[in-house]
Write a protein that binds this ligand. Structure first.
Ligand SMILES: Nc1ncnc2c1ncn2[C@@H]1O[C@H](COP(=O)(O)OP(=O)(O)O)[C@@H](O)[C@H]1O
Ligand SMILES: [Mg+2]
Length: 313
């Protein structure tokens, strides 16, 4: 249903020049949850923003295609028609994404009326209340009169989901939707997303730095490193350790213990690589990889069979 083909995004600057995304491809079927995981700085947010065409200079898309239901989305006008309408997005920090000076009700009705200008204020309020119950907010009618600071982070993320759902989108991109929340609240938001996925056949692109959360949420998992897809595997394979790529293996080995909360998911030696031109002909993970051979420094592995590696497990 949604296909991302060979997307490349560059950072165009006078001193810095590197690829933020190199040939990233993924596909999402109707009613599916796919997940994308990678260390902080691996390009997950830029990928999400590229899908919606909301990246801004010096970040520039230099190649690739985005295809929705077989139709390429090309011009800004094409994107405007799908953005927030057929594809919605929620972000990491819900409280900061909401406007502090307007009530929850104002913000949801505003979103509703942007997509259906003909709907009356009263109808929009009713629809807003219904959306709040859909995202399992208790006492929705009263909550409509609350301001964002009066609600918890978890409640505000539910409000963001309600706003995202107000246009009845087919796809929801959730960029680290639970990273700012406590573990128990995190699980509640995940179950909500799963329920919406099942009941509404909502397709979800779930982005996280947390491999365990990824495996528990998504069906198909994509593992990113320095702007490239290293591996695509099922959550079952990820959980059971049926992993081919050395990068995924080392990430899995570094998964924090239950209850431990970290901003970075790994303790792999070294730091994430800037994906410059020198990586056109070698593996971007070669410098940090314990299985790297001479070939890895001379020839870029091509993604096939679900991984991009010369020496897979
Ligand atoms: N506006 C920008 N200017 C310069 N570099 C940027 C900008 N936005 C993102 N980047 C760089 O692009 C890379 C990917 O960023 P991002 O997609 O936010 O990573 P993630 O979401 O995986 O943590 C990072 O190296 C980041 O520094
Ligand atoms: Mg991010």
């Amino acid at each position: 249903m949604l296909e991302i083909k060979n997307i490349s995004v560059e950072l165009k600057g006078s001193d810095k020049h590197f690829l933020i995304l190199r040939n990233v491809s993924l596909s999402l079927k109707k009613g599916e949850i796919i997940g994308i995981a990678g260390e902080s700085g691996s390009g997950k947010t830029i990928l999400a923003k590229t899908i919606l065409n909301i990246i801004t200079k010096p970040v520039v898309k230099t190649g690739g295609e985005i295809i929705l239901d077989g139709k390429p989305i090309v011009t800004e006008q094409d994107f405007r028609q799908i953005r927030g309408d057929r594809i919605s997005m929620i972000f990491q920090n819900p409280t900061a994404s909401l406007n502090p000076v307007f009530t929850i009700g104002d913000q949801i009705t505003e979103a509703i009326r942007t997509h259906n200008p003909e709907i009356s204020v009263k109808e929009a309020m009713e629809r807003a209340e219904q959306l709040l119950s859909e995202v399992e907010i208790p006492h929705p009618k009263e909550r409509l009169r609350a301001y964002p600071h009066q609600l918890s982070g978890g409640m505000n993320q539910r409000v963001m989901i309600a706003i995202a759902l107000s246009s009845n989108p087919e796809v929801l991109i959730a960029d680290e939707p639970t990273t700012a929340l406590d573990v128990t609240i995190q699980m509640q938001i995940i179950s909500l997303l799963k329920r919406l996925n099942q009941e509404k056949e909502l397709s979800v692109i779930f982005i996280t730095h947390d491999l365990e959360l990824l495996a528990n949420t998504a069906g198909t998992c994509y593992i990113m490193y320095a702007g490239e897809i290293m591996e695509k595997l099922s959550s079952e394979d990820l959980k059971s350790g049926n992993i081919r790529h050395p990068y995924t293996k080392s990430l899995k080995a570094c998964v924090p213990q239950i209850g431990e909360k970290r901003e970075y998911l790994n303790t792999i030696q070294g730091t994430i690589t800037f994906n410059g031109n020198e990586f056109a002909d070698k593996c971007v993970f070669s410098g940090r990889c314990d299985r790297a051979t001479e070939k890895c420094f001379k020839e870029k592995p091509v993604f096939s069979d679900g991984f991009s590696c010369h020496n897979p497990y």
